[in-house]
Design a protein around this ligand. Structure first.
Ligand code: NAX
Ligand code: ADP
Ligand code: K
Length: 486
C-alpha cells in the first residue's frame, strides 16, 4: 500500500524526527537519497552538466546539498539562485566547496545559455512550503529547462502544485521524475498535480515511526488487491460467492445493461440477476444471467444492488431506484440513478450506499461546475461523501474513493486515458457490485474494482496503446485478476 499524509502531518513528524537527530542530519539524508536517484537516472555523472533551480527554503537546500554530492562525483553543477540573499547558506557553501558555481537567477541575462547542454535540472524551487503556482521569475527558468531538453527531477514535489490537495493554481513544473522524502504527499497521487510529477521515487529518511497510523490517502498495490479479492472456497456455492442484482438499461440504452452485467460477471459473483427492460439483449450476450421483469424486490435473493447505468429518467426508472434504495443490502448508484437521487433517502439507509459519479455527475450533485470538480478532486469527493452520508467513488483520470466518515481516501493508481470511452463506467459499476455482493466493504470494493478496471483497460489497450471499447475492458478483467493474483 502506498500512503500519503497531509502537509501538517508531515511537518509534525519531521519535527519529532529532527529532535532526535543532530542539526542538519535530516537534510543530508534527503540530499543523499536525491543525489543517488539522480546518479542512477543519469548513468554517468562525470562531466555531466546539471542545473539546480534553487528557491528560498529547505527544498532549495536539498537541491544544493544533492548538487554538491553530484559535483564531487565529477558533474558540472550550476545552481540558479532564484532568491540569492535567501538561498540556504550551508547548501550554497557546500556546493561551492565541491566546485559547483552559482548564478544570480533574477539578474541572469539569458536563462537559455545557463541551461545549454544540461542533461538534468533539479527543481528545488519550492516543496511543501509552496503556496500557489510558480511565480513569473521561476516560470522563466522552468520553461528554459524544458526547452533545453533536460530531464527535470522535482525535489520532493513539482514546484507550483499544492502538496496537500493535488490542485494546481497556475503554472507548475512538469517533472520527468519526482524524488520525494519520508512519505508520499497527496499532490503526488491526485491529478492534476500528479500529472506533473512523472515517475515517483520515495527516499526513506526515517520518518515512518513518527507518522500516525492512519494516512490521509491510500493507494492499493497488487498485493493489497490480491488480499481483498474473493476466491471461492472448496465448499462455496453461488450464494456464498455473492449474488449481485443489476438494475440498468432501457429500451433506448440496452447496451448499458449488457456492459454492467459483463462487469458483474468479471467481478466473480456467484450469480448475476438482471432487472429491467433490456433482458433480451442481456440474455443474448450472457445466457447465464437470471432475468426478472417485475420490481427489484421481487427478483429473488440478492446481496448487493447496482442501479442506474442507462436507466433513463422515466417513472419506471425512479420507481426501480427507490425500490432498490429501500433494500437492506449495499447499493451502488451510478449514472442516471445519480440524476434521480433523493439525498434524504440515501441518508436514511442502514446498509451501505456507494455513489459512483464522474466529474460531471459530481458537479451536478454538488451544484458546482465540472471544471471545479476536476480541479479539486480530493475536496469534491470528501464533500460529496459528507453531504450524502454515503461512500463516493469519483471517476476520472484519478479515481478516488471516500467513505464519508473521514477515513483515508483511496486513490487508484491503475488506469489509462484509453478508459475514457462510452460504457466503461457501466462495466465498473457491475464489477464493483459483484465485489460488494461478495461481502467486501464499500471502500474496498470500490478501490479494488477501480484497480482491476484500470489494469484491464491497460491490458486491452496493449503495449504502446490502442483504442479500446468498454466491452474489451470487460473481456480483459480475467487477465487483470490473474495479474493481481499471480
Ligand atoms: N527541514 C528539513 O530538514 C527537511 C526538509 N525537507 C525539505 O524541505 C522542504 C520544505 O522546506 P520549507 O519549509 O523551507 O519550504 P519550501 O522550501 O517548500 O518553500 C518555502 C519558501 O518558498 C517561498 N514560496 C512559497 N510559495 C512560493 C511560490 N509559489 N513561488 C516561489 N516561492 C514560494 C516561501 O516564501 C518560503 O520562503 C520539503 O519540501 C523538503 O524538500 C526534507 O528534505 C526533509 C528534511
Ligand atoms: N482521463 C482518464 N484517465 C483514466 N481513466 C479515465 C479517464 N477519464 C475517464 N476515465 C475512466 O473511464 C470510466 C468512464 O466512466 P463514465 O464516465 O461513467 O463513462 P460511461 O458513463 O460512458 O460508462 C471511469 O472508470 C473513469 O474513471
Ligand atoms: K520542488
Amino acid at each position: 500500500m502506498r500512503t500519503a499524509y497531509s502537509v501538517e502531518t508531515v511537518r509534525a513528524a519531521e519535527r519529532k524526527l529532527m529532535a532526535e537527530l543532530p542539526e542538519g542530519a535530516l537534510m543530508q539524508r534527503a540530499a543523499a537519497g536525491l543525489a543517488a536517484a539522480c546518479a542512477g537516472l543519469l548513468g554517468r555523472t562525470s562531466g555531466t552538466r546539471i542545473v539546480l533551480l534553487v528557491g528560498s527554503g529547505d527544498n532549495g537546500g536539498d537541491a544544493l546539498y544533492a548538487g554538491a554530492r553530484l559535483a564531487r562525483r565529477g558533474a558540472a553543477v550550476t545552481a540558479v539562485l532564484l532568491a540569492p540573499d535567501r538561498a540556504h547558506p550551508g547548501g550554497t557553501e557546500a556546493l561551492r566547496a565541491a566546485g559547483g558555481r552559482t548564478v544570480d537567477g533574477p539578474s541572469a541575462a539569458d536563462p537559455a545559455r545557463v541551461m545549454a547542454g544540461a542533461r538534468l535540472v533539479l527543481d528545488g524551487i519550492v516543496g511543501i512550503g509552496g503556496r500557489g503556482g510558480l511565480r513569473p521569475d521561476a516560470r522563466i527558468w522552468a520553461q528554459a529547462a524544458r526547452e533545453a531538453g533536460a530531464r527535470v527531477v522535482a525535489v520532493d514535489l513539482p514546484s507550483g502544485v499544492e502538496a496537500g490537495t493535488g490542485e494546481v493554481a497556475g503554472e507548475a513544473v512538469h517533472a520527468d521524475a519526482t524524488v520525494t522524502f519520508g512519505t508520499y504527499k497527496p499532490g503526488l497521487l491526485v491529478d492534476p498535480a500528479a500529472g506533473r510529477a512523472g515517475a515517483l521515487r520515495l527516499v526513506d529518511i526515517g520518518l515512518a515511526p513518527h507518522l500516525p497510523e492512519q494516512p490521509d490517502l491510500e493507494a492499493l498495490q497488487h498485493a493489497d488487491v490480491a488480499a481483498l479479492l474473493p476466491v471461492p472456497a472448496a465448499e462455496s456455492d453461488k450464494y456464498r460467492r455473492g449474488v449481485v442484482g443489476v438494475v440498468a438499461g432501457s429500451a433506448r440504452y440496452p447496451g448499458a445493461a449488457v456492459l454492467a452485467v459483463a462487469g458483474a460477471f468479471g467481478g466473480g459473483a456467484g450469480a448475476v440477476r438482471y432487472v429491467g427492460p433490456a433482458a433480451d439483449a442481456v440474455i443474448a450476450r450472457f445466457p447465464e444471467t437470471l432475468v426478472h421483469a417485475g420490481p427489484p424486490h421481487k427478483a429473488g435473493r440478492v446481496q448487493a444492488w447496482v442501479v442506474g447505468p442507462g436507466l433513463g429518467d422515466g417513472p419506471d426508472a425512479r420507481r426501480a431506484l427507490d425500490d432498490v434504495l429501500d433494500s437492506d443490502v449495499p447499493v451502488l448508484v451510478d449514472a442516471d440513478g445519480l440524476r434521480l437521487l433523493d439525498g434524504d433517502r440515501v441518508g436514511a439507509r442502514r446498509a451501505a450506499t456507494l455513489l459512483t459519479p464522474h466529474a460531471g455527475e459530481a458537479a451536478a450533485l454538488l451544484g458546482a461546475s465540472r471544471e471545479d470538480v476536476e480541479a479539486r478532486r480530493l475536496d469534491s469527493v470528501r464533500r460529496l461523501a459528507g453531504e450524502f452520508r454515503a461512500s463516493v467513488l469519483l471517476k476520472g483520470s484519478t479515481t478516488l474513493v471516500a467513505d464519508g466518515t473521514g477515513g483515508p481516501v483511496r486513490v487508484n493508481p491503475t488506469g489509462t486515458g484509453w478508459l475514457a470511452t462510452a460504457g466503461s463506467g457501466d462495466v465498473l459499476s457491475g464489477l464493483t457490485g459483484s465485489l460488494l455482493a461478495a461481502g467486501l466493504g464499500v471502500v474496498d470494493a470500490g478501490s479494488a474494482a477501480a484497480y482491476l478496471h484500470g489494469l484491464a483497460a491497460r491490458f486491452a489497450a496493449g503495449h504502446g496503446g490502442a483504442p479500446v471499447r468498454a466491452s474489451q475492458v470487460a473481456r480483459a478483467l480475467p487477465a487483470a485478476w490473474r495479474s493481481v493474483r499471480g
